[in-house]
Ligand binder design. Structure first.
Ligand SMILES: NC(=O)c1ccc[n+]([C@@H]2O[C@H](COP(=O)([O-])OP(=O)(O)OC[C@H]3O[C@@H](n4cnc5c(N)ncnc54)[C@H](O)[C@@H]3O)[C@@H](O)[C@H]2O)c1
Ligand SMILES: [Zn+2]
Length: 302
């Protein structure tokens, strides 16, 4: 074996060894996690599409990530909207229809119950979500930081006004459109797509698309949340979309503990002291010790 190649193989082996050792250090002990949670003063939850998967909302990466023949991540871009606003609106109309018919699951309720518990115990708590579905709020979470905006808000391309909009359908021309199992595009003329009530400009979904930056206010709230966070729960995110992908390494670098809840391993798994592998609707209530009584009390108060 040439010397240079042998050196590379040896380096890769040592990375693998380090990886395996770290993997062994990841714990799924509920008892140890409970004690870290009890001692934590500032708890942050970062959630992604996986927490809503069991509510029937497809994630982008994995099963359901295709809409018609398109990779969902191809349509969530400013370029796709500029090229074909009708197609992108059909895609978002479909997503709004799915979410309107969905309900929060036990994972969302567990996060809401954790927030209440932290409040009672005088701990800081912040929920950061990459999801745009609004299910956390429907499960009783307050002050949710929606990193990527909301399916239920629009922004005017002309005057930039942001409005909440829950109309279904959002405009008459989208009625019955957006079906994922057809190749027929609706080709709706721009003037019949959702328009701004103030200036008649074309509306777009108020979501952060790939290639766009988070809003300044959202970034500030996020930085404040991560400052001094001593326990970060990362739930159902593939941890490949920045800046959120950088939060776990950041918290760990400042001495905080990271716990991951995911059905699979992700690039941040090795930053985690705790790894609860499995559906978040099961693993979150289990790890947080959320009992039936606490859940019932929460649901009753909604
Ligand atoms: N519900 C939504 O609002 C929604 C849905 C799809 C995509 N998006 C957007 O797309 C981007 C995708 O990034 P992302 O990391 O959030 O999602 P992603 O699709 O990239 O990854 C989903 C992750 O969830 C995990 N997962 C799947 N089912 C799970 C379950 N039952 N329990 C726990 N984990 C589970 C997967 O292993 C994967 O790591 C985000 O920016 C988000 O705004 C949002
Ligand atoms: Zn306008």
């Amino acid at each position: 074996m040439p010397a240079g190649f042998a050196a590379i193989v040896s380096k890769l082996r040592s990375f693998h060894r380090i990886g395996s050792q770290q993997q062994r250090l990841m714990s799924d002990s509920v008892q140890d996690f409970t004690s870290v949670l009890q001692n934590a003063k500032k708890v942050v939850v970062l959630s992604g599409a996986g927490i809503s998967a069991e509510s029937g909302i497809p994630t982008f990466r994995g099963e359901g990530g295709l809409w018609r023949d398109y990779d969902a991540t191809e349509l969530a871009t400013p370029g796709a909207f500029a090229a074909n606003p009708s197609l992108v609106w059909e895609f978002y109309h479909y997503r709004r229809t799915i979410v309107a018919g969905a309900a929060p699951n036990a994972g969302h309720y567990a996060v809401a119950a954790l927030q209440r518990r932290c409040r009672r115990q005088d701990k800081d708590f912040v929920l950061l979500t990459q999801n745009i579905d609004g299910l956390h709020a429907r499960a009783g979470s307050n002050d949710v930081v929606e990193l990527h905006g909301s399916l239920w808000k629009t922004r005017c391309c002309h005057c930039k006004a942001v409005e909440t909009n829950r109309d279904m359908p959002i405009c008459a021309a989208l009625d019955g459109k957006g079906a994922p199992d057809t190749a027929n595009e609706a080709n709706i003329p721009s003037m019949q797509l959702p328009r701004c009530q103030k200036c008649n400009g074309l509306l777009r979904p108020h979501v952060v698309w790939f290639g766009e930056c988070l809003e300044r206010d959202v970034m500030n709230r996020t930085n404040d949340a991560l400052q001094g966070c001593d326990l970060l729960l990362v739930v159902g995110t593939s941890a490949v979309v920045y800046p959120a992908a950088g939060y776990a390494p950041m918290v760990k670098a400042h001495g905080g503990v990271v716990a991951e809840f995911n059905t699979e391993d992700t690039p941040i798994s090795y930053n985690c002291r705790f790894k609860f592998q499995g559906p978040s609707s099961v693993k979150l209530p289990l790890a947080l010790g959320i009992g039936e009584d606490e859940l019932a009390e929460l649901k009753q108060s909604l």
